[in-house]
Design a protein around this ligand. Structure first.
Ligand SMILES: Cc1cc2nc3c(=O)[nH]c(=O)nc-3n(C[C@H](O)[C@H](O)[C@H](O)COP(=O)(O)O)c2cc1C
Length: 764
């Protein structure tokens, strides 16, 4: 057969279905009724006539105290007709969309029998009261399940349904319907199901969804709603609908279909109650009515869904959104549970049996769970022995000749102040200083820099190098040449440098000195501008000032794109690895201003320059259980978004290289990095270090507990990265440069009195 013939016939078919959702009632008590019945029968409708069985059920419902025999029941059913021809009894209901004609008891008797088994969980009087109630449902995924459960319990007389979507195949994991209904508006689909269950329930539909234009009609036409069930995805409608409900004193119930979360707002009893329990009070609620971008919607959405309280799988799936899943998941079991919980609460509210507002969880996974054994121990952070700096100083001083030019306390304080302004990974400030017997000692505080992911302190040593450069610059600006002895220190030593002051001479003309205080990290992401070659030369000069250090500058967008991929992959691995995750989220991040102020260290969220969306993602990513799942799924590409764009859009990536990774290379590399950073800032470039690819690939071979898939991905990163660095030079400290202006916030520092201790005489 020709396919075109089939196509044409199919094309014609689709148009046949009308938008009908209200059944037609035919009561053949007169000729008009009989004619209509006859006409329908002639059209060949499918007839379902079980009136006699319904009558028998009615008789039993009316006389529950009697135990009828089959014959008695048959006779009682006939007697109930009281001589009326069964054809004329009750009502014939025509469903035009399915061409069915169904013979039913009329409304009062129908309702009595259909709700008989509700008794006395719902009494007849309560049922009667409920049949006078009007409920509105916005959003028909959970909303469909709620509406049908309400219809089953018959806990309303009128329902208004709003949703602008049509049923799709991917809805059929949770919306109970037939495959033949795909393409049908969800409101029609639900309205028809309700009518097929109980044609006497009044249903109105809003197939355009809720809009500002139809809001009044939805809430008020035919009488104000008694209760609103809000299950839509759109944040502006969530807010607008609540504003309206509050103005009209209508209670709002919402199920979240995650962890059995149910939300109730009793605007009927508490007319002054803030929307969403006050969680969105700080936002401009009027703005919710104006068009918003997805990014603008996030601050409104997050408190409503409660990012921190989502289930682990929901969080993990959200991290995968836009990568391996297209939207958030919703299960039939959750939707069914939501229908049940909402219907239960709806009924009790309308019957005056429940008065509270709040959020509740019927979290099945938590309530019905295996007995938990001892949670598996995670790898612990490498313990670091605490050192005794005074003891070390004491021992060292014994070996040293008397100091020629004892350093004053005042100078020591100035140097310590400059040193403490140096940058450090995670702003951990892994240093302390001692002035003893005229010498200044720089110590590595290994407790502060302890990191499983940096077992031999690569990052701390670079930071100590930046610290040394600040010390040198601060002295030099005062005309003091320092003798900085780092030569006897080894990788594992706590004492990094013994510093002596030389005689005062003319202050050096140091352009970099003022940048000790002005230098900062700026993580803003802006579009690239051309990086001028003369800047490259200036940066090279300041770096090569430090012996053994080199500079590579990358400005080719293709190279930057590659760097972006490699860096963001390594950052992803750090967050997916359980220990890396714990170190970052538990030790480094400071979630609030108070936390940042109190600790004086760590990464203040305000300095991260994140969009609302990224901040939400970070909060979700902070859940170790969610990240374990993401890792199990071998996902996490979404985590790369934290850093990818910034690097891909940078004007340049600058890398300080060294000959090796011995302590001296690290310290000198740190010094060169600090000079590079200051000079870049001086030239107007915003600087954002990106250390993950270097320190993770450096650490990987030293870590015994690294998952194999992370090890192999890091090996790939290292291999790809090495293509950019030929010859003997190794990348040590990598920074991205961009024209981002000033950062939104500056990071804090520990108070100096915690870092510097001064001893006139330390020896006993
Ligand atoms: C060795 C080193 C590595 C760093 N690595 C990163 C990094 O990977 N990502 C990042 O955002 N900042 C990084 N930083 C920046 C520090 O977090 C920052 O210097 C610190 O928070 C202090 O802030 P400030 O630079 O504004 O003074 C690094 C800094 C140093 C010294």
């Amino acid at each position: 057969m020709n396919l075109d013939v089939i196509r044409t016939t199919l094309g014609g078919r689709q148009a046949v279905e009308g938008p009908a959702y209200r059944p037609e009632f035919i009561r053949p008590v007169d000729d008009a009724g009989l004619h209509r019945l006859n006409a329908l029968l002639e059209q060949g409708v499918v007839v379902h006539d079980t009136l006699h069985a319904q009558l028998m059920e009615l008789v039993k419902s009316l006389r529950p105290e009697i135990v009828f025999t089959r014959d008695d029941l048959e006779a009682a059913a006939l007697a109930h007709l009281n001589g009326t021809d069964p054809i004329r009894y009750g009502v014939w209901v025509h469903y035009p969309w399915s061409h069915r004609l169904v013979h039913l008891l009329d409304e009062a008797e129908f309702a009595l029998v259909r709700t008989d088994r509700n008794r006395n969980k719902i009494t007849r009087a309560e049922q009667e009261l409920l049949s006078s109630k009007k409920v509105g449902v916005i959003g028909l995924s959970v909303g469909q399940s709620v509406s049908l459960t309400l219809a089953l319990e018959r806990s309303f007389g009128e329902i208004r349904l709003a949703d602008h979507d049509t049923l799709e195949l991917s809805n059929l994991n949770r919306i109970r319907s037939g495959v033949h209904e795909m393409g049908t508006p969800k409101v029609l689909n639900t309205a028809r199901e309700i009518a097929e269950l109980d044609p006497f329930l009044r249903v109105s539909i809003f197939p355009e969804g809720i809009t500002k234009a139809n809001m009044d009609r939805f809430f008020c036409e035919g009488g104000d709603l008694d209760l609103l069930i809000e299950e839509c995805d759109s944040v502006d409608i969530k807010i607008l609908a609540r504003q309206k409900a509050k103005a009209l004193r209508i209670p709002v119930v919402m199920d979240m279909s995650d962890r059995g979360c149910l939300d109730v707002e009793r605007f009927d009893l508490e007319p002054a109650r803030p929307l969403m329990h006050g969680w969105i009070d700080h936002l401009d609620l009027e703005a919710a009515g104006r068009p918003m971008t997805n990014e603008q919607k996030i601050p409104y959405m997050l408190p409503i869904v409660g990012t921190d309280t989502l289930s682990t799988r929901m969080k993990a799936s959200m991290i995968e959104m836009g990568e391996t899943v297209s939207t958030w998941p919703q299960l039939a079991s959750a939707v069914a549970l939501g229908g049940a919980m909402t219907a239960d609460v709806h009924r009790r509210i309308l019957l005056g049996q429940f008065t509270a507002s709040g959020r509740w969880y019927i979290d099945l996974e938590a309530l019905i769970a295996d007995q938990k054994g001892n949670p598996k121990e995670h790898a612990t952070t490498t313990p670091m022995g605490a050192v005794d700096p005074e003891g070390i100083v004491n021992a060292v001083i014994r070996e040293l000749p008397p100091v020629k030019q004892p350093m004053s306390r005042e100078l020591a304080e100035e140097l310590a102040h400059a040193a403490a302004l140096a940058p450090s990974a995670g702003n951990m400030q892994p240093w302390n200083f001692i002035l003893a017997e005229g010498r200044f000692f720089l110590f590595h505080d290994k407790v502060r820099s302890r990191s499983h992911w940096d077992p031999d302190h690569l990052m701390a040593h670079i930071a100590l190098g930046t610290c040394l450069e600040n010390i040198r610059l601060a002295a030099s600006a005062k005309g003091i040449a320092l003798s900085i002895d780092t030569r006897s220190a080894a990788l594992d030593d706590a004492l990094i440098a013994v510093i002596e002051a030389g005689p005062v001479s003319t202050p050096m003309e140091e352009v970099l000195f003022p940048w000790i205080t002005k230098r900062c990290t700026n993580r803003k992401v802006v579009d690239r501008v051309l990086f001028p070659s003369e800047h490259e030369a200036q940066l090279r000069n300041v770096v090569e000032f430090v012996p053994g250090c080199g500079l590579r500058i990358f400005t080719d967008p293709a190279d930057l794109e590659r760097f972006a991929e490699l860096c963001s992959r390594s950052e992803k691995i750090r967050l997916l690895d359980p220990t890396g995750h714990r170190e970052f989220f538990e030790h480094e991040v400071r979630w609030t201003e108070e936390e940042a102020k109190q600790s004086g260290d760590g990464l203040d969220l305000a300095t991260m320059e994140m969009t609302e969306g990224q901040m939400a993602a970070l909060r979700i990513a902070a859940d170790p259980a969610a990240m374990r799942l993401v890792d199990e799924w071998r996902g996490g590409r979404g985590l790369q978004r934290f850093s990818r764009k910034g690097i891909a859009n940078a004007s340049a990536v600058a890398v300080v290289t060294t000959r090796g990774r011995a302590l001296m290379d690290r310290l000198e590399g740190g010094r060169a990095g600090q000079r590079l950073w200051m000079e870049a800032n001086r030239l107007g470039w915003a600087v954002h270090p990106i250390s993950a690819p270097v320190f993770l690939t450096h650490a990987a071979p030293l870590l015994g507990d690294l998952a194999e898939h992370h090890r192999s991905e890091l090996a790939m990163v290292e291999k790809e990265l090495s293509r950019f660095f030929t010859g003997e030079d190794l990348p040590l400290f990598m920074l991205r440069l961009s024209p981002a202006g000033e950062p939104s916030a500056r990071s804090l520092r520990l108070p100096l009195h915690r870092l510097l201790s001064v001893h006139g005489s330390i020896t006993a």
